[in-house]
Design a protein around this ligand. Structure first.
Ligand code: COA
Ligand code: MG
Length: 292
């Protein structure tokens, strides 16, 4: 998934617009973009939307961001939306593998009650929203087969840290958030799931967005979350492997296939070893957009 567009669950108009936005995934939001007294109506709206949207083909991957385990809202969220069978839930304010085990158990109960196959609803976790979460980033591996991706957030983390800002005057993330970003990348790699970059909130600044996408791709993120439809074409463009990158990856795969016992090959005067092969195979695997 290259682009994942947040849509507040209580906005029928934006849900409709999101479906036609070209985003690889929609994140129907029940958390921060929905006020507390609107949550019951937002749950109903999310469930109704999912029932209508899931049978469509092609369609974006459909995710619901529920409220966190600490809020007392999560059970009502899951009761409302699990029967409508989203592809995944997004778990905010996750604090390591134990949060995933907890959410996994809650999903398993709802799947059984709705007659859905066990494990069918995946989990994407936001892994850096509290200070405690940073210290548990290394504990996601093996927590649940549902865990399919990790992402990170700077807004809630800055609130938890008591910070005045999370970016400098030039728009670059400050140190605590660069650490959170790096921990998300490492946590995802250690758990063998994909890493998705956080949102770029200044939705009129397409140059800034493009730069941040390029930095994310360079460092190993395979997609980025969005808050506005105008961000989707930029994110999709940057995270779609270029024909040149694909050709280079194919050449590496071909060279190893032609020399199955080799640990290292040379192509055009450059050395490639096994880690390059793994990276090339991953790039080729990503080239087909993930639409269901
Ligand atoms: N998904 C789908 N459609 C969206 C959208 C989104 N995230 N954001 C904006 N749109 C639609 C608007 O409804 C508008 O539609 P229209 O032309 O038919 O009227 C169009 O895109 C242009 O929107 P624009 O006027 O530029 O922005 P806005 O002022 O209406 O909305 C936000 C700005 C930030 C409120 C809006 O982008 C939004 O709700 N984003 C998601 C917020 C969110 O979920 N945050 C939680 C995660 S951090
Ligand atoms: Mg938040």
């Amino acid at each position: 998934m290259r682009s994942l567009l947040f849509v507040p669950a209580d906005s029928a108009k934006k849900l409709e617009k999101g479906m036609g936005s070209g985003a690889d995934a929609l994140i129907v939001d029940l958390e921060d973009s929905v006020a507390l007294d609107v949550k019951p109506r937002a749950r109903e709206s999310a469930a109704a939307f999912l029932k209508e949207a899931t049978p469509a083909t092609p369609r974006p991957y459909l995710i619901v961001r529920i409220n966190g385990l600490q809020t007392g809202l999560i059970d009502a969220d899951l009761d409302a939306i699990a029967p409508a069978r989203p592809d995944a839930i997004m778990l905010p304010k996750a604090e390591g593998g134990s949060s995933i085990v907890h959410a996994d158990a809650k999903l398993a109960v709802r799947e059984a009650m709705s007659g859905l196959p066990d494990g069918s609803i995946k989990i994407i976790a936001i892994a850096t929203e509290t200070a405690a979460a940073l210290f548990r980033a290394g504990s996601y591996a093996g927590a649940s087969a549902r865990l399919s991706a990790l992402t990170w957030g700077a807004e809630d983390l800055s609130a938890d840290l008591g910070a005045e800002a999370n970016r400098d005057a030039y728009g670059q993330f400050l140190d605590p958030y660069r650490l959170a970003r790096t921990l998300c990348l490492a946590a995802a790699a250690a758990a063998a799931v994909t890493a998705i970059d956080t949102v770029y909130v200044d939705f009129r600044d397409s140059d800034g967005l493009r730069r941040e996408c390029e930095e994310a791709r360079r460092d190993g993120f395979t997609g980025k979350m969005a808050i506005h439809p105008a961000q989707i074409p930029i994110i999709n463009a940057v995270f779609t492997p270029t024909p040149e990158a694909l050709a280079r990856a194919q050449a590496i795969v071909d060279a190893f296939a032609a020399n199955p016992t080799a640990g290292v090959v040379g192509i055009d005067g450059v050395m490639y070893d096994r880690p390059h092969l793994a990276r090339a195979a991953r790039l080729i695997g990503r080239a087909a957009p993930t639409k269901s």
